[in-house]
Design a binder for this molecule. Structure first.
Ligand code: PLP
Length: 294
């Protein structure tokens, strides 16, 4: 990985009145060790993160990512991030990204075991090349996430709805999808409600209506989905948050996996059933997602 930048952050309290947080940042060599062996992020995956897409040095949808970072911290009982401090850290990282597509990661860990404070850092690196899935689409299989759709309310300790560092299960789901001959997965609840992909939100088109599963606790609120819906609405198209049931997937007129760095990848097949790929529309959606957005 050709890292571009790494910054350790001394986390400030959410009500810190400073306007300039430069003194809380220390730039580190991204290829050198920077974390203690007692880090709970590495020992237990105990922390939260965000991946922000960057286009030609412009960090996309920063406020939506910071809002979700705060939301994840609240769910995980982590100290609430000082939003202005993180905004300045993202701006500094973006200055090091250069032309083309990059990714800035924000990480807030519970810190070192028995340590005094959380550990926080930001990295910048070139983005992977997603031009093929954006153009050719992705084949997906549905995978049971193993719990019913009422579990987020019944078991908040599962931290559903928080973007935690515990992504081993999400990565295992992608490996299982590949074993089944697909490229990616769509999680469904055990009672047949469509949730999200392991690293993306889902948008479906039924006629003139664009639908996404409601982020009511069990899934992440996707920043790319939010942005895509704003774009669709600007064009007078109808958008809707609602429960989507598994059998509806193969009846969609089109569908996409959307996320901050991949952007919109049309779904070309669900559980072996081909789905139409609207290349012209997907191209326009990705042109919008690749344009500077705040
Ligand atoms: N859902 C999950 C589980 C994700 O990991 C992601 C992104 O990584 C998303 C949805 C999409 O979120 P965003 O559009 O903010 O990248």
């Amino acid at each position: 990985m050709a890292w571009r930048f790494a910054l350790m952050i001394d986390p400030a309290a959410s009500d810190d009145p400073r306007t300039d947080y430069a003194s809380t940042f220390s730039t580190v060599d991204p290829t050198a060790p920077a974390l203690s062996v007692g880090e709970l992020s590495t020992q237990r995956g105990d922390g939260i993160f965000e991946s922000v897409g960057v286009i030609d040095g412009h960090a996309q949808e920063v406020q939506a990512h910071l809002d979700r970072l705060v939301h994840s911290a609240e769910i995980c009982d982590l100290p609430v991030p000082q939003v202005e401090q993180w905004r300045q850290a993202v701006a500094l990282a973006a200055e090091h990204c250069g032309p083309g597509e990059s990714v800035i990661k924000l990480i807030l860990s519970r810190g070192v075991e028995h340590g005094p404070a959380p550990t926080a850092w930001v990295t910048a690196a070139p983005a992977a090349d997603f031009s093929k899935p954006r153009a050719a689409g992705v084949r997906v299989v549905t995978l049971d996430r193993g719990y019913a759709s009422d579990v987020p309310a019944r078991a908040p300790w599962l931290l559903l709805g928080a973007k935690t560092l515990s992504y081993a299960v999400n990565m295992a789901a992608i490996r299982e999808a590949k074993r089944r001959g697909a490229d990616d997965a769509i999680f469904v609840s055990s009672d047949g409600v469509v949730l999200e992909a392991p690293t993306a939100s889902i948008i479906l088109r039924f006629g003139d209506s664009f639908v996404t599963p409601a982020p009511t606790g069990g899934i992440l609120q996707g920043t790319t989905q939010l942005s895509a819906f704003a774009w669709l609405e600007e064009q007078g198209l109808h958008t809707e948050y609602r429960d989507v049931h598994t059998p509806e997937l193969s009846r969609a007129d089109a569908a996409w996996l959307v996320s901050s760095v991949r952007l919109a990848a049309p779904i070309s097949e669900i559980d072996g059933t081909p789905l139409p790929v609207d290349s012209e529309f997907t191209g326009r959606l990705n042109a919008y997602l690749l344009s500077p957005r705040d």
